[in-house]
Ligand binder design. Sequence first.
Ligand code: ATP
Length: 208
Amino acid sequence: MIEIKNVNKKMKDHVILKNISISIKKRICVGFVGHNGSGKTMLLKAICGFTKIDIGEIWVDNKQIIFSEKYIKNAGVIIEQPSFINYLTGMDNLLALANIQKMISKNDVLLALKKVGLIDAKDKKVKEYSLGMKQRLRIAQAIMEHPHILILDEPFNGLDKDSITEIQDLILDYKNKGTTILLTSHDDRQIDYLCDQVYELNGGEIVE
Ligand SMILES: Nc1ncnc2c1ncn2[C@@H]1O[C@H](COP(=O)(O)OP(=O)(O)OP(=O)(O)O)[C@@H](O)[C@H]1O
């Protein structure tokens, strides 16, 4: 389903990704681990078509991903900061994003907010949200369009212990329903709990 073939990327002579080849089957959860700067985010960006690769190919659902031309489809993505509008409510932010693709209704947005535990805060402005609430909103944004693939860079960032457990179970539920999930985390507990396959990156290379 996701084929990464000999992917290499350099930025200003600095190796970012080196000889990466991975096959990811449908309906599994794959974890990427490694130190800060090891290339996890860049690899996820490359899979989405958000960053250029120098050598290699990436295929998702038999369609080649090409930077700034052919992005990943049917995917819910959390990579880096969301561009939420601070003076709008959480609900209105999601409705504005949903309006881009026009694939889902207000009810789908409400369902996503309910799933991440933000239903009671839906009418609060995002500027009044805590870090953890913003992270939940990002997760709601990733799941609201019922994607077949979830690409989650550090989905547990900013969450407290109980929230981590809730979001972990939410991701597990998606996996059990057949969603393919790629995620990064610095915490082995979430990786062990969720992932069927784990790749360790070091200096842009897969070492394990
Ligand atoms: N815009 C950029 N220009 C040049 N180099 C960059 C840029 N963005 C990232 N890098 C470099 O790419 C390498 C991989 O970064 P990446 O963000 O993928 O690491 P990571 O494994 O996700 O780290 P972290 O665990 O801190 O999130 C690092 O050496 C980083 O310095």
